[in-house]
Design a protein around this ligand. Structure first.
Ligand code: SAM
Length: 447
């Protein structure tokens, strides 16, 4: 592979006598990782189920290396959201953020959702996660991944960081800025990043990163934590961005990240770098900052505060569907957006005026005198949560046919069936006289 000479020259200066090892690592194959979605399955249960040999990734108890030829991204367990395919180093950022169940967490640059879905798992379904993505198409992909992994306590937004800051105010316990960057750490995985690289691009990324970080003081509560991460090596986008942020905001201090598991100290005390020649993963930079407890809080930019609407929505035919199909009761706040019914996280504000892609769990859609369950709902359910299941093993032909969008022959009473792989819901079917009509969304069907 061809790497820009200016990039290699910079790396030679940065790494000194380690440069030859680094240069060699660029020619090696990248490592493959998957992260178990503990919202759906425990690590132990997944290890018992996994058809592939897995090796633990040291910095996340949910993360495992898999062999390239095994292709877990093509297995029905992936469709069911039992795991997320994620580059191993990328699993470090959410671990450093260390979100706790019940907290309010903001991921400002969230698509496609690797770190948001990791954060959601660490929150164990409790508290509020706001995942924002500025690009509309990428925000849709984020929402799809959030639904695939069965995450309920999340609001997915398609906003600018400025508008997020103007809306919410300093309510978040932890904020992640996984910034758009020049992607030098991904060159061997993503040749496009390599072909688009230039010194000017690095400089423009650094400006954008600082502009995103400038919104954090409006959003993070005093005493709260900020994690800043990139997948690039250039100090201009890493240590220099953080040093200049600290110079602008004296109420933030750097917290030490222990350089263990092959992590290396960054050139700014307390930050870490993940180098591909020192561990089994791609290049990353991570900084952990804390906002001091006694920090003066910036005035909320919002004209409107993040208040809530409390009118109970019209549930229409949902209760009838729920009693026919579900054994599990959903508790929380039901909210209607047009013809769609959502279960919104208890902590969510009214969200009016924001570009909302998903507000919690999509339960379903009101059609003419009936309620049709949402695909997202099936990903929060197991066989024991519903009255009727069409359950198949991972290697079954029926499942392959279902995932292609075909109908199946199933015996049983008419009604809604959860289609499941080894008991884990991955879609809906409606049985009428022995024929299970396929309700897998068209965009998710396999060719
Ligand atoms: N955190 C994501 C994950 O783990 O899957 C990856 C995020 S990626 C490194 C950075 C994201 O920032 C991209 O999705 C990009 O669209 C978004 N972005 C680009 N410009 C932005 C801006 N000015 N403000 C906020 N986000 C931006």
């Amino acid at each position: 592979m061809h790497f820009p000479q200016e990039f290699l020259d910079k790396m030679r200066v940065l790494l000194g006598d380690q440069f030859p090892q680094f240069r060699y690592s660029l020619e090696e194959e990248s490592e493959r990782g998957l992260r178990v979605n503990s919202l759906r399955i425990s690590v132990q249960d997944f290890l018992n189920l996994s058809p592939w040999p897995l090796e633990p990734i040291p910095w996340s108890r949910l993360g495992f290396y898999y062999r390239e030829d095994d292709r877990p991204g093509r297995h029905p367990y992936h469709d069911a959201g039992l795991y997320y395919i994620q580059e191993p180093s990328a699993m470090a950022a959410a671990e450093v953020l260390a979100p706790k169940p019940g907290e309010r967490i903001l991921d400002l640059a969230a698509a496609p959702g690797g770190k948001s879905t990791h954060i959601a798992a660490l929150m164990d379904g409790k508290g509020l996660l706001v995942a924002n993505e500025i690009h509309p198409g990428r925000a849709q992909i984020l929402a799809q991944n959030v639904e695939r992994l069965g995450i309920k306590n999340i609001v997915v937004l398609n906003e600018t960081p400025e508008r997020i800051a103007a809306y919410f105010g300093p309510i978040f316990d932890r904020v992640l800025v996984d910034a758009p960057c020049s992607g030098e750490g991904m060159f061997r995985k993503n040749p496009l990043a390599c072909s688009e690289w230039s010194l000017a691009h690095v400089a423009s990324c650094a400006v954008r990163q600082s502009l995103i970080l400038d919104q954090v003081p409006y959003l993070l509560r005093p005493g709260g934590y900020l994690v800043y991460s990139t997948c690039t090596f250039s100090p201009e986008e890493n240590e220099e961005v953080i040093a200049s942020f600290l110079a602008r905001y004296s109420d933030f201090v750097l917290e030490e990240i222990t350089p263990q598991w092959g992590f290396s100290p960054g050139s700014l005390q307390g930050t870490v770098r993940l180098w591909p020649h020192k561990l089994r993963g791609e290049g990353h930079f991570i900084a952990l900052l804390r906002r001091q407890e006694d920090a003066p809080v910036q005035a909320v930019k919002a004209k409107r505060s993040a208040g809530r609407k409390s009118e109970a929505p019209e549930l229409g035919e949902y209760p009838e569907f729920a009693s026919q199909a579900l054994k599990k009761q959903f508790e929380g706040e039901f909210r209607r957006f047009g013809d769609n019914l959502y279960l919104v996280p208890a902590e969510a504000p009214d969200l009016q005026g924001l570009k909302v892609v998903r507000a919690g769990l999509h339960l379903g859609t009101f059609k003419k005198r009936r309620f049709e369950p949402a695909h997202a709902l099936s990903h929060t359910l197991k066989a024991g949560d519903v009255h009727y299941t069409a359950n198949f093993p991972g290697d079954s032909e029926e499942l392959e046919r279902y995932l292609r969008g075909e109908t199946l022959s199933v015996e049983g009473p008419d009604g809604w069936y959860l289609v499941a792989v080894d008991g884990y819901g991955l879609g809906w079917g409606k049985l009428v006289k022995g024929v299970l009509k396929n309700h897998l969304p068209k965009g998710l069907r396999q060719p």
